[in-house]
Write a protein that binds this ligand. Structure first.
Ligand code: SF4
Ligand SMILES: [Zn+2]
Length: 318
């Protein structure tokens, strides 16, 4: 069956539910968790979820708009949020400043605040930010100049399936991604890539196949790690695609297969995003143990024995 035309910005916006109230002077959240580094060390990583102006892109799978502001982020708010988060958090070696959008979107993260941000992340050995490939240019280098901390930029690749990528409404081509990664690598900035497991328009098996192809493309482009994220409904547009038969969430077993194959390829670190991932399991009896196995595989980058359960999952069926 031919694929339907991509949803428009208007259709994606029309499918949305309400936003949540957001205070520009408080972070959305903050937590510390261990993560394996490029050199094999497992370090504590502080993730600070920043409140800021909503991303202007309208990616069909995105639900990050829910906790964002409609107006530009006030100057001084981001450093204040970082201060509040760091006061609450235990010590960590690496910090992720994730803003539900793009760090180099000036209405989201005011460039006037860059020096204060650089000052606050000085205590960390690495700072990870997220950014759209199309906004990856001289701005990144100007921010890097202000840092005493190694910079890593997380880029959303999502999928290398050309027709599906076009329907993600991300307004990005694979060349755009490769160009952005090249700029970063050339300037000694680490690249992390996000890949979606089973985006819409793919069967379960195709979801696995294209996730693995996407991981390969990310490493070909110079990424040092790839985080694989299960595509989920709940943002309105994805629910519409699901109701029309164009989307179904991936199984937990597909993530298990992709993570194992990605690690086995030995090209770089491959992580399964385990946030809320138990919902993708058809069996409540083994879900927690299987998620814990994924966490341990993330940390060790080795393939651990499958969880045995009466449901017969191993890492294949449910
Ligand atoms: S660029 Fe990122 S934050 Fe913006 S809509 Fe797309 S996925 Fe969401
Ligand atoms: Zn089970």
């Amino acid at each position: 069956m031919p694929l339907p035309p991509p949803l428009t910005d208007h259709e994606i916006l029309a499918a949305r539910g309400p936003k949540e109230p957001v205070d520009p002077w408080l972070p959305i959240g903050a937590f510390v968790e261990p993560e394996r580094q490029w050199d094999g060390r497992v370090l504590d990583v502080a993730t600070i979820l920043l409140a800021n102006r909503e991303c202007p892109f309208r990616c069909v799978y995105c639900d990050l708009w829910r906790q964002t502001l409609d107006e530009p982020t006030p100057a001084g708010a981001i450093p204040r949020q970082i201060d509040i988060a760091l006061e609450r958090l235990p010590p960590a070696s690496v910090v992720k400043l994730y803003n539900s959008g793009n760090f180099f979107d000036a209405a989201a993260i005011p460039p006037l605040d860059w020096p204060a941000i650089a000052d606050r992340v000085r205590i960390f050995e690495r700072v990870v930010i997220e950014n759209h490939p199309l906004l990856t240019d001289d701005r990144v280098l100007r921010f890097q100049e202000q840092l005493d901390t190694r910079l890593e930029v997380a880029l959303g690749l999502e999928t290398v399936h050309p027709e599906v990528l076009r329907r993600m409404n991300k307004r990005m081509t694979l060349d755009d991604f490769a160009r952005a990664a090249r700029i970063l690598v050339k300037h000694d900035i680490s690249v992390r890539a996000f890949v979606l497991l089973r985006p819409p328009f793919l069967s379960e098996d195709e979801g696995i196949e294209w996730a693995l192809k996407s991981i390969d493309f990310a490493f070909d482009s110079g990424a040092t790690c790839v985080s694989v994220i299960s595509t989920r409904p709940g943002n309105g547009a994805m629910d519409r695609l699901q109701a029309e038969g164009w989307f179904a969430p991936p199984k937990l077993s597909s993530m298990e297969q992709v993570l194992a194959a990605g690690i086995e390829s030995g090209r770089g670190r491959v992580f399964a995003d385990t946030w809320d991932i138990a919902r993708f399991s058809a069996c409540s009896g083994c879900a927690a143990a299987r998620v814990e196995r994924l966490r341990q595989m993330n940390l060790s980058q080795t393939i651990l024995p499958p969880v045995v359960c009466d449901c017969g999952t191993g890492d294949r069926q449910a």
